[in-house]
Design a protein around this ligand. Structure first.
Ligand SMILES: Cc1cc2nc3c(=O)[nH]c(=O)nc-3n(C[C@H](O)[C@H](O)[C@H](O)COP(=O)(O)OP(=O)(O)OC[C@H]3O[C@@H](n4cnc5c(N)ncnc54)[C@H](O)[C@@H]3O)c2cc1C
Length: 490
């Protein structure tokens, strides 16, 4: 055996004979491997560092070069803004203004209602982790490894899991948390020739902006990623191309405003009593929003209020009502719930007014390469005939594809194939139990494999933004610590 790397308390050895890496963990210490160090993985690690008191190693595995960023808070060429004011972005629910204080230290002019650059938020998450690491007891260590986790397999001879990494190292873990974030977007309906075409962009945050004002770019999707793509397009040196955005309903996210946190008494009971019928529930929510507006306040208060109730409402809805929600109500819920900073919404409105951005309701039927361009066949909503356009760029801004059966992610695919994780029947993510353990193909909770991140929406619906994921991270950390304490004292 040749020792190739020594992580505190974890000796990773490479077999000279087989060249397969092996890992053994110190017997008295508990090893928690977190796969993915975006928001969820970083906040979970920070929370564990602050709460664990028994000998524990936390290993963060991140395929990207930086901790705490993920897709949302990555350093990009364009200075994207958070979609939520700074005062609602703390990573610690007990200290709501933590992020505002962090940002103020850099720029004293920052106020809680400001929409700050996303990159600053990534800096903040990394700083939170560093501070938690510094404050952790000496028996608790944390390491990060830059690699992609490829496979996770249960060990036959123990209860541990083996996490196989792209750098040849295998990690042995007592518990593994999948915090791999949002799945990739679905492939658009197109010829294989389009996928590798230079005018086709699968990643709306990494685009060619070198277009002339007379060139045409089609953005598929009209949500928050579309807004990001438009902003990036505007940063091109030759001007903004002719932009067309298309989605099933052609609805754009609504703008944020400054509003107060609502105090609505008795409304939760009223809404919960309507969960037997989606129609009644929807009417009750609309009436609530109207009543708030009639009282001179902001309909957004109804959404904020509802957000806290969403997991309870979601679990109370019958399967048929949930399906109805996904088919008929979700597009309207999404534009009210996932809002844009007012300046971004105004910018989109201006582009539409100037004819630079057209928004259509419809769907793409096919796409094929046409020299340097892409020929797109699409059909407007409610129309029987299709239209054809030839464009100089196509951007896939359709958002995450939560259909696990279709996943292109190596790790998730291998976990599905090895029957350790299973897809939610409504294609909303993966199945977990009430304690974040994934549910396997035998319908059993995997006792040492957990999931934290946006695919919790299958269980909770509302699980994509900071406040909800922060609370889930907190609960999972508490569960892991309590379980380990029980195990250690047995
Ligand atoms: C563009 C964007 C902007 C957003 N803005 C806001 C906002 O303003 N306010 C708000 O409240 N919410 C916002 N959100 C929502 C929310 O904050 C994110 O969805 C959240 O960051 C999700 O965190 P995550 O850790 O689960 O996923 P991610 O942040 O995506 O992190 C997952 C990490 O796992 C890594 N990974 C994946 N697979 C592997 C593997 N096999 N091996 C190793 N590493 C792996 C990835 O590289 C990534 O770093 C935004 C989301 C997006 C996409």
């Amino acid at each position: 055996m040749l020792v190739t790397q020594q992580l505190s308390g974890l000796i990773v050895m490479q077999s000279q004979v087989t060249s397969t890496a092996r890992a053994v963990s110190a017997p008295s210490s508990h090893t928690i491997v977190i796969v993915g160090a975006g928001f969820s993985g970083t906040v979970l690690a920070s929370r564990l560092l602050r709460t664990v008191t028994t000998p524990t190693q936390i290993i963060l595995v991140e395929q990207g070069s930086e901790i705490g960023r993920g897709i949302a808070y990555a350093k990009r060429d364009y200075p994207y803004l958070l979609n939520v004011p700074a005062s609602r972005m703390s990573a610690d629910a007990r200290d709501p203004l933590q992020f505002v204080r962090f940002a103020k230290r850099r720029d004293p002019a920052v106020e809680g209602e400001h929409f700050l650059p996303r990159e600053v938020y990534g800096d903040y998450l990394a700083a939170c982790l560093l501070s938690a690491k510094r404050g952790a007891p000496s028996c608790v260590s944390m390491r990060s490894i830059t690699a992609q986790a490829l496979r996770i397999t249960p060990r036959r001879d123990s209860k541990q899991l083996c996490v196989e990494l792209s750098n040849g190292i295998d990690l042995l873990a007592d518990d593994v948390v999948l915090a791999t974030g949002n799945p990739l977007p679905a492939n658009l309906p197109c010829d294989a020739s389009v996928h590798c075409h230079p005018a086709y962009f699968d990643n709306p945050w990494s685009l060619n902006t070198d277009y002339s004002p007379w060139q045409k770019v089609l953005i598929v999707g009209t949500g928050l990623s579309m807004a990001d793509a438009v902003m990036q397009m505007q940063s091109g040196v030759h001007g903004v191309p002719q932009l067309q955005a298309i989605s099933r309903h052609g609805l754009l996210p609504l703008p944020q405003t400054v509003f107060r946190t609502p105090v609505l008494r008795g409304v939760d009971t009223l809404l919960l009593s309507e969960t037997y019928s989606l129609r009644k529930l929807t009417r009750a929510v609309i009436s609530l929003a109207r009543a708030i507006e009639d009282a001179g306040d902001d309909w957004r208060e109804a959404i904020v209020f509802l957000r806290a109730l969403t997991p309870t409402i979601w679990s109370a809805l019958a399967a048929s009502e949930r399906r109805r929600f996904l088919r008929h109500v979700q597009p309207y819920w999404d534009i009210h719930r996932h809002r844009l900073p007012a300046c971004v919404a105004e910018n989109l409105a201006k582009l539409r007014h100037n004819g630079k951005l057209r928004v259509n309701a419809g769907r793409i039927e096919s796409m094929q390469a046409a020299g340097d361009q892409i020929k797109v066949v699409w059909r407007a909503r409610g129309e029987t005939t299709s239209q054809t356009c030839t464009v100089d760029g196509v951007i896939n801004a359709t958002g995450p594809d939560y259909r696990l059966s279709e996943t292109r992610d190596v790790l998730l695919r291998s976990l599905v194939e090895s029957r350790l994780i299973t897809a939610d029947p409504r294609s909303l993510g993966l199945r977990t139990d009430g304690h974040y353990a994934v549910i396997d193909a035998n319908n059993q909770s995997q006792p040492h494999l957990f999931y934290l991140g946006p695919m919790l929406r299958a269980e909770h619906w509302e699980a994509t933004a900071v406040p909800e994921l922060r609370d889930h991270a907190e609960r999972l950390a508490t569960l892991l610590v309590e379980r380990h304490l029980r195990w250690a004292t047995q």
